[in-house]
Design a binder for this molecule. Structure first.
Ligand SMILES: Cc1cc2nc3c(=O)[nH]c(=O)nc-3n(C[C@H](O)[C@H](O)[C@H](O)COP(=O)(O)OP(=O)(O)OC[C@H]3O[C@@H](n4cnc5c(N)ncnc54)[C@H](O)[C@@H]3O)c2cc1C
Length: 397
């Protein structure tokens, strides 16, 4: 008899498995229908011996010390700050848009003050700001919107930015300085030996059993368990009772090139040319030295594995119907990106899992409510310091 059956061995499932096993001595079975652990963060050495991310580039960044310290128990880190260039008008310019982007694009030599005036002069007044188009046009005007955002968003989402919720572009900063880092979080680092190696350590506790290549439907009647933690798609759990929740998918084309370096930075975005949105060169992310290099091209698709929840008000309303069902299902806890229909970054999913663990630990051991501490060798979860109100589309823009 298992205390918990955990469906999905990505961040949400694996963090909960680790906490329940190591802190509450629970017996856990974690299963995944894929042939590997680590969910979408899975990385592996390809046929040339280069460490690649199977499901597209995953860059770890967080403002939460708690999340960072929690994961640090299972990995050493390699400091890494992500940089992206966009191919626009035949040039490669920094993305997000900053002072150098404008100067290079228009052959100017503006100062920070002058570029601020420039943005003000081109920005359009939009009220209220509702869509992704509104957000960008109200910050940088129509021309930069057309050059950098419109076509990229259409490729990425198969929809015009005017049809998409403002959340898709609202987190993309526009900078008047020369900071060309993609993220500005306090903690920016990659697991030194990769994500999968970190997951192996997360799941190494003797109370945790792992079953791969297994859809949970196939074992439900065979394996006795007390409670379930479900990290798969919430609509699938309820047999699509209210219809399918829309997702955007991607096809990844991996390639190994017979040269040590291919791109000037880790990622080049192609807003206006090609069917793919961007190319990523993994060695920048991993720091690996190798005579060859591996890259991945991302082709957005309507069909395929569910990757990005499509942020439109009608989809949020549909999800809310499923959420009501989920909230009314005793003994099953819905957590993670697919089960809560939000595009959470990795740190947000870890935070969400740690928050659920806190709730479960009080349920399992009410004495914890009286201030008793979780085991001293572990992480005492108090406040994970990550805003879970909104998903972030940071790396998808
Ligand atoms: C292209 C791309 C790039 C990204 N880049 C970044 C980034 O740079 N930085 C960042 O912080 N985040 C990034 N993310 C987000 C990151 O992948 C997620 O935050 C994280 O993987 C979510 O973890 P999860 O456990 O909720 O879901 P997942 O990793 O999707 O894990 C869920 C698991 O459940 C399994 N499952 C589903 N249904 C069943 C079933 N019926 N039976 C058994 N198993 C099942 C799935 O196979 C899957 O392995 C990116 C996502 C994508 C798609």
């Amino acid at each position: 008899m298992f205390d918990y059956l955990i469906v999905g061995a990505g961040f949400a499932g694996s963090v909960l498995a680790e906490r329940l096993a190591s802190q509450l001595n629970k017996k856990v079975l974690i299963i995944d229908k894929r042939p590997h652990i680590a969910g979408n963060a899975f990385d592996h050495y390809n046929e040339s011996g280069i460490l690649v991310h199977k499901y597209g580039p995953h860059i770890f960044h967080t403002n939460s010390r708690e999340v960072f310290e929690y994961l640090s128990q299972f990995t050493a880190w390699r400091p890494y700050e992500h940089r992206v260039l966009a191919s626009v008008d035949g040039q490669l310019v920094p993305m997000p848009i900053n002072l150098d982007t404008i100067n290079k694009l228009y052959g100017l030599s503006l100062t920070s003050f002058e570029v601020d005036d420039f943005f003000k002069s081109v920005a359009e007044e939009v009220s209220p700001v509702r869509t992704s188009e509104d957000v960008v046009v109200s910050k940088v005007g129509r021309e930069l919107y057309e050059k950098f955002f419109r076509n990229y968003t259409r490729k990425q989402w198969g929809m015009d930015p005017s049809e998409l919720d403002k959340s898709v572009t609202s987190r993309v900063p526009v900078r008047t300085n020369r900071d060309d880092r993609y993220f500005t979080d306090t903690f920016q680092a990659m697991p030194l030996h990769g994500f999968t190696s970190m997951f192996e350590k997360l799941l190494a506790h003797p109370n945790i059993k792992i079953m791969l290549n297994t859809d949970y439907h196939d074992i439900l009647d065979m394996i006795p368990f007390r409670e379930m933690i479900y990290t798969g798609p919430v609509d699938e759990y309820f047999d699509f009772r209210y219809g399918k929740l829309p997702y955007r998918s991607l096809e990844f084309k991996h390639e190994t090139l017979d040269k040590p370096v291919h791109l000037p930075v880790a990622v080049v975005n192609y807003p206006n040319e090609h069917a793919y949105t961007r190319i990523t060169e993994f060695k920048y992310l991993t720091g690996q030295e190798h005579t060859k290099t591996s890259v991945v091209y991302e082709y957005p698709q309507a069909e395929g594995d569910p990757y990005y929840p499509v942020p439109r008000p009608e989809n949020a309303a549909l999800y809310n119907q499923y959420k009501k069902l989920a909230d009314a299902t005793p003994g099953v806890h819905f957590v993670g990106r697919l089960a809560t229909y939000k595009y959470y970054n990795m740190d947000q999913v870890v935070a969400q899992a740690l928050t659920l663990f806190k709730k479960l630990s009080v349920q399992e051991e009410p004495a914890l409510l009286d201030g008793a501490k979780l085991k001293s060798n572990g992480f005492k979860q108090v406040d994970v310091g990550v805003n879970l109100g909104k998903g972030g589309y940071g790396n998808a823009i």
